[in-house]
Design a protein around this ligand. Structure first.
Ligand code: ATP
Length: 486
């Protein structure tokens, strides 16, 4: 049976991965909390990304910049003036929608009905109108396409308005002294304003990169599809500073490298694809999304953008601080490349979207056909997570509690603890205990039985195949010590 988003949401909640925020007060739209298993999976994904960026590249270092930044940052970046989504309200249902999403939905309908050309024309027209900021034109297009409100089914639309996605608040305790400040809508700007700090103190030579993982906030108009679109989320961004004439080459190389990363954390090639942007954001020279096939279709999980010198130049203009780099490397005429503002190739992935992709992909429902006549087939649900990403790597389970088996199992669990997250469970029938671990994706269950007491061997039960193998306790660590190989 095909997995629905509802299956994913229910499983995530029931097994301690993701809870709605402040649920006892009926939740807060588009805000979620990670539970005891979710936080482990998310941390493991973040660690894999951090390693892929910083540990495996001599020329990439990390930073951790503050969420609050000087308000002029967002002027320079273009977010104050341009970080808008066009919104439209339906007068009957009083529901708010993103005008561009309504039109994209219609285009998707055309495409599904095989009317590819009609779909493309609609997207092109939408791109043209939005590019020209012709909001009335966008509204007319919605009406001409007969797009009705999904709730009221009417065409009774308001005008289209631009809605800035940044959250703002006040700094300073006294009203008169306070000033407007934003919650960062992306982590990238914390990297740009630290470009020279890192370059100088780290004696970095172009090409080099700065990586960061951190929270970002966007007042998304339409928040749907679980953790795919949240108002508070986490980004993993890396800005790679290059010589301008090499930007295209680096863009291609990061495009490749990032796809490989997603495969390395276990996403299958068939569920990943590139989507090149025709309509470019204000800062971009070239842009591509890596899309994953969620239960609701192919959607962006990561963006790779060639940003030229847009950001550093804007910060230089507004701060009046030079953002130049002196390149001592020699050009083809034997002269140093000299001073320039580096160009930037950015890779930007949402930790929560990657989490959701990995979680959706891991969720597996299988029917186990009974071999015995008259016995019913069983359904088995488990999370097929990469062993290095699973919240718990190994569960140690004594067959029974008596005759010293429990103590032996505890001792094994303790000996593994400092290497991997290990759990000990002696509650209930062993089959039930295996199932509990399957549901949270534990790749290895280590069973301690009477033979263990005689020869110091245990069985490892493998999650996906359910096969068991007998191994020496002394070899356990080596047997299960998988890492994400990149
Ligand atoms: P979308 O078009 O889906 O709104 P975007 O193109 O605005 O995304 P970017 O600004 O390129 O996204 O942000 C980079 C990454 O940050 C995205 O690929 C996504 O993984 C993540 N991201 C952006 N907005 C959200 C959000 N509201 N909730 C969760 N993750 C997000």
């Amino acid at each position: 049976p095909a997995t629905s988003l509802q299956d994913i949401i229910s499983h995530a909640k029931e097994y301690g991965f993701v809870f709605p925020s402040s649920e006892i007060y009926d939740g807060l739209q588009a805000v979620y909390d990670y539970g005891q298993n979710g936080v482990e999976l998310k941390n493991n994904l973040k660690a894999a990304w951090w390693k892929a960026m910083t540990q495996l590249h001599d020329n990439i270092v990390g930073i951790d910049a503050a969420i609050f930044m000087h308000p002029l940052t967002w002027k320079a970046s273009g977010h104050v003036d341009g970080f808008n989504d066009p919104m439209i309200d339906n007068k009957d249902s009083k529901k708010r929608y993103r005008a561009d999403q309504l039109l994209e939905g219609k285009a998707e309908e055309y495409a599904k009905a095989g009317e590819e050309e009609k779909a493309q024309n609609l997207l092109n027209e939408m791109g043209r109108l939005l590019g020209a900021e012709d909001l009335e034109g966008v509204r007319n297009l919605i009406i001409a396409e007969n797009i009705v409100c999904p709730i009221s089914k009417t065409l009774n639309w308001t005008e289209v308005r631009q809605f800035n996605l940044m959250f703002s608040t006040q700094v300073g305790s006294v009203a008169e002294d306070s000033s407007l400040i934003y919650l960062r809508p992306e982590t990238a700007q914390g990297i740009f304003v630290n470009f020279l700090n890192v370059q100088k103190t780290g004696r970095m030579k172009v090409p080099f990169g700065i990586a960061q993982i951190g929270k970002a906030f966007r007042n998304e108009i339409v928040a749907r599809q679980f953790t795919f679109r949240m108002r508070e989320f986490e980004q993993m961004e890396m800005q790679f500073f290059v010589r301008p004439d090499t930007s295209e080459e680096w863009y291609k190389s990061w495009k490749d490298a990032r796809l490989k990363f997603h495969k390395a954390v276990g996403l299958p090639a068939a569920k990943l694809k590139y989507h090149d942007h025709e309509k470019l954001a204000h800062y971009a020279k070239a842009a591509v999304d890596i899309e994953f096939e969620f239960p609701f279709g192919f959607r962006e999980i990561e963006g790779i953008h060639a940003r030229s010198d847009f950001d550093l130049k804007a910060h230089q203009d507004l701060s009046k601080k030079k953002q130049q780099y002196f390149d001592a490397d020699l050009d083809e005429n034997g002269k140093p490349f000299g001073n320039y503002i580096p160009w930037v190739v950015e890779t930007s992935v949402g930790a929560d979207r990657l989490f959701l992709a990995v979680f959706c992909n891991a969720f597996t429902k299988e029917t186990i056909v009974s071999s015995e006549e008259g016995k019913e087939d069983k359904e088995r649900v488990y999370l097929k997570l990469h062993p290095a990403l699973a919240p718990i790597k190994a569960a140690v389970l004594p067959l029974v509690k008596k005759d010293g088996l429990a103590e032996k199992a505890q001792a094994i669990a303790n000996s593994l603890k400092s290497s991997f997250r290990t759990t000990y469970d002696d509650g209930g029938a062993i089959g039930k205990r295996y199932t509990r671990q399957d549901l949270i994706g534990t790749p290895y269950c280590i069973a301690v039985d009477y033979q263990t007491m005689e020869d110091d061997t245990v069985t490892i039960r493998h999650r996906d195949s359910m096969e068991q193998e007998r191994v020496k306790i002394s070899e356990l660590k080596e047997k299960i010590g998988y890492e994400v190989s990149m």
